[in-house]
Design a protein around this ligand. Structure first.
Ligand SMILES: C[S@@+](CC[C@H](N)C(=O)[O-])C[C@H]1O[C@@H](n2cnc3c(N)ncnc32)[C@H](O)[C@@H]1O
Length: 388
């Protein structure tokens, strides 16, 4: 059985973009699964197929083979790439499988100190969960495996949502080590699979910057469980984590205690109100982190999102003492890199501040970016220094 696409669908696949939409499909099997994709009798790719989804075809290989065997090979390749990091940091957390970025659409596997949290977000993988579990057990010998299948993506695919322990035991909370700092991951109750792993390298980098600059007063705004603040605090006078979630802030305080840090404070507040209030007080901070949630989930949100990103960045820029650093992120794919830097330029002009670009960074390397698939590059992270 094949999926047959029209000329537009074929052009996308030939250009090595993995996604073909339902209106570019001529015919295909009535059930979801893994199938070859063809155009006018010619093989194009192997893909996950869902006849009922708008995003009907997700390709994962461009040469012929038995579809499931090739998917398994891609999985083995992804796991092998993370093996050196697994060996070097057994108590660490990392992304083992990053969906399209690893040519494994619909599949996310994160590891927290030897425990796996798995998300299967597409209908084509639903019946393959036992085989996937077996492959993960064989390749990784984890202490526990949790299927955290409660994503919005699953609802869009018409799949039920659930969270289910599939092997061993995955505790409610796990301490993970990141660049010498202990962070708390909460696989069941926490956001994403339990922590924001895409900012891992940026958090460690923030700690290095703080070690070099020794900020007196620092802020971690939209701080969640204080991921950035915990890296800053050993090198700062004091750090305040601002977040609207009391639960996340309680976790930040527990992590501070675990790391023996007494200079980490928390503040439950709406970050927009907080920044508005603080900006009126003038340039009082030496380092500010802004890591907001995505303000633009779809293209039509972009204008409103641009204004929201600009507002928080403009206020943070006004709050920077001379020589102070702004570490600012956007995790929204819709806010492309060019929009993000245009917004920062715009904000700096309106804030009447001159800022030097210290670093332009993105998501952690275990969240691979595909050149042909701009959707895989979603996290922007800029470090700016107030010079005037
Ligand atoms: C991307 S996460 C931050 C991740 C964190 N920097 C880390 O490295 O683990 C965004 C955080 O913003 C918080 N948040 C969302 N809207 C908010 C608002 N209006 N005011 C304050 N916090 C907000 C969420 O609770 C979430 O913890």
């Amino acid at each position: 059985m094949n999926v047959e696409v029209d000329a537009r669908g074929a052009e996308r696949l030939l250009g090595r973009h993995p996604w073909v939409f339902k209106n570019q499909v001529l015919r295909g099997p009535h059930r979801p699964g893994l199938f070859p994709v063809i155009h006018r009798g010619r093989f194009l790719a192997l893909a996950l197929w869902n006849p009922d989804a708008v995003l009907a075809v997700r390709a994962y290989a461009w040469s012929e083979g038995e579809p499931w065997a090739v998917f398994r090979q891609n999985l083995e390749r992804a796991l092998a790439a993370r093996e050196p990091d697994r060996r070097a940091r057994p108590q660490g957390a990392r992304r083992l499988v990053h969906a399209e970025g690893d040519f494994l659409p619909g599949l996310v596997v994160d590891e927290y100190a030897g425990h796996l949290v798995v998300q299967t977000n597409v209908a084509a993988l639903e019946d393959r969960r036992p085989a996937l579990l077996e492959a993960l057990l064989q390749g990784l010998s984890p202490r526990g495996v949790l299927f955290k299948n409660d994503s919005r993506g699953r609802r869009q695919e018409g799949l039920p949502t659930y969270v289910e322990q599939a092997h061993g035991r995955v505790p409610e909370e796990l301490w993970i080590e990141e660049g010498g700092v202990w962070l708390l991951a909460r696989p069941y109750a926490g956001q994403k699979t339990g922590a924001f792993l895409d900012q891992r390298e940026n958090r460690v980098y923030a700690g290095e910057l703080a070690a070099a600059r020794r900020p007196r007063r620092a802020l971690d705004v939209f701080g969640y469980q204080g991921g950035f603040a915990l890296h800053l605090a050993p090198h700062a006078g004091e750090v305040t984590v601002v977040d609207s979630s009391a639960e996340a802030l309680a976790a930040a305080r527990r992590a501070a205690a675990k790391n023996g840090l007494e200079n980490l404070k928390t503040l439950e507040a709406n970050a927009f109100d907080f920044l508005k209030r603080e900006a009126r007080k003038g340039p009082a901070y030496d380092l500010i982190v802004l890591d907001p949630p995505s303000f633009a989930r779809k293209k039509s949100d972009l204008e409103r999102a641009y204004a929201a990103y600009k507002e928080i960045n403009l206020r943070a820029m006004r709050m920077l003492a001379p020589g102070g650093l702004l570490l600012t992120a956007s995790c929204s794919y819709q806010m492309r890199e060019e929009h993000f830097y245009a917004m920062l330029r715009d904000a700096a002009g309106d804030a009447r501040r001159a800022l030097r670009v210290v670093a332009k960074r993105g998501q952690a390397r275990d969240h691979p970016v595909l050149l042909n698939v701009p959707e895989t590059a979603y996290l922007k992270f800029a470090v700016l220094e107030a010079v005037g």
